[in-house]
Design a protein around this ligand. Structure first.
Ligand code: NAD
Ligand code: TYD
Length: 350
């Protein structure tokens, strides 16, 4: 049986990746390693927490000794690395936290992989999950391909770019079996309500202002999180060592248009008069260094590995709204911080 450590498995995307691997691959044993920061919530995994091929370990990837012990104890065959500080606005306030988690944390994992997998690089795998934000910003035309030069602007994207470079350096220098994927903005269930879509859903529901940065003209390319998890599963199994894949849904939306669509869906779901939720849109001071446009060209992934998104944005957004309306308890717990006492505090560092 293969043992796979998935880092950051209690977060938004990580919980979907853990669920996919645990349910689709009973032949694997999945170790979910997570520090349980404000963004990590074990309630995201309640449906699979008792699965026989699943185990949770609380720990910090910044702690090199802990990571070394983790590899010695668990003897993993692969790592799927998602643990990171992920919110751009927080990175503007506290860049060092992002360097520690995203750069030092990644290098600690790479060092352990190099040490414990020496002589076995052909049968082990380090999968690094990254973002399209490493490529910087686009003007009106063009898309990010795997050949686009790195040009990160925010402390978050700079830290992710740095971690990508370290993964490539360990592949080039030591021959580590490593793959990287760079994905566009995700949306879906279990998304922490500091990010645009869940924040807007939460505020619309409570009839609170929806903060739109600047004039709302920035463009993001949105992908349903379960399609991202499926892409990671495909790349994990099929990609050659040293390769990179861009993941995206060819689904660009101006922030303001996206918020208007969300308001329409919410009006209809909540039985409000058409146009009522739009009145909550509030233009606020723009984010510093706000990238104008992201757009992913995912042709390589489609042509080489056969992955395409499974649902349209309209379908995915409606599913997402339904999920948030049906999971008010989850939303209440994360907005009040209750989950940190209730679900997460039973674990101490190992
Ligand atoms: P998230 O913030 O929801 O979850 C991050 C998880 O990592 C949390 O569970 C947190 O507890 C854990 N973590 C943070 N620091 C840690 C540490 N030092 N040690 C151990 N665990 C730690 O993030 P997300 O949105 O799910 O993103 C997951 C990964 O995907 C990140 O690497 C991110 O850069 C990448 N990514 C995200 C998006 C997106 O749209 N959210 C898009 C592309 C790529
Ligand atoms: P976000 O969800 O933070 O993702 P990222 O910054 O990684 O793309 O933001 C998505 C877009 O929405 C981005 O252009 C910033 C904007 N935004 C707002 O307009 N208002 C908000 O309250 C937030 C959180 C984001």
């Amino acid at each position: 049986m293969k043992k796979i450590i998935i880092t950051g498995g209690a977060g938004f995307i990580g919980s979907h990746v853990v669920r996919r691997f645990v349910t689709q691959h009973p032949e694997y044993h999945i170790v979910n390693l997570d520090k349980l920061t404000y963004a990590g919530n074990l309630a995201n995994l309640r449906d699979i927490e008792h699965a026989p091929n699943y185990e949770f370990v609380k720990g910090d990837i910044v702690d090199a000794d802990f990571i070394d012990r983790l590899f010695a104890t668990h003897q993993p065959d692969a790592v799927v690395h998602l643990a990171a500080e992920s919110h751009v606005d927080r990175s503007i306030t506290n860049p060092l936290e992002f360097v520690m988690a995203n750069v030092i944390g990644t290098v600690n994992l790479l060092n352990a992989a190099k040490k414990y997998w020496k002589g076995r690089y052909d049968i082990t795998r380090f999968y690094h999950v990254s973002t399209d934000e490493v490529y910087g910003t686009l003007g009106e035309d063009g898309m990010f391909t795997e050949e686009t030069a790195y040009d990160p602007h925010s402390p978050y994207s700079a830290s992710k770019a740095s971690s990508d470079h370290f993964v490539r350096a360990y592949q080039d220098t030591y021959g580590l079996n490593a793959v990287i994927s760079n994905c566009s903005n995700n949306y879906g269930s279990y998304h922490f309500p500091e990010k645009l879509i869940p924040l807007a859903i939460h505020n619309i529901k409570q009839s609170k202002p929806i903060p739109v940065y600047g004039k709302g003209e920035n463009i993001r390319d949105w992908l349903w999180v379960e399609d991202h998890a499926r892409a990671i599963e495909v790349i994990f199994h099929k990609a050659k060592s040293g390769t990179t894949y861009n993941i995206g849904g060819h689904n660009e939306w101006k922030n303001i248009d996206l918020i208007r669509l969300l308001c329409q869906i919410m009006d209809s779901k909540l039985g409000r008069a058409a146009g009522e939720s739009e009145k909550l849109i509030t233009f606020v001071t723009d984010r510093a260094g706000h990238d104008l446009r992201y757009a992913i060209d995912a042709t390589k992934l489609k042509n080489e590995l056969g992955w395409v998104p499974s649902i349209t944005f309209e379908e995915g957004l409606e599913k997402t709204v339904d999920w948030y309306l049906q999971n008010q308890e989850w939303l209440d717990d994360v907005t009040s911080g209750h989950y940190q006492q209730y679900y997460n505090d039973q674990y101490t560092n190992r």
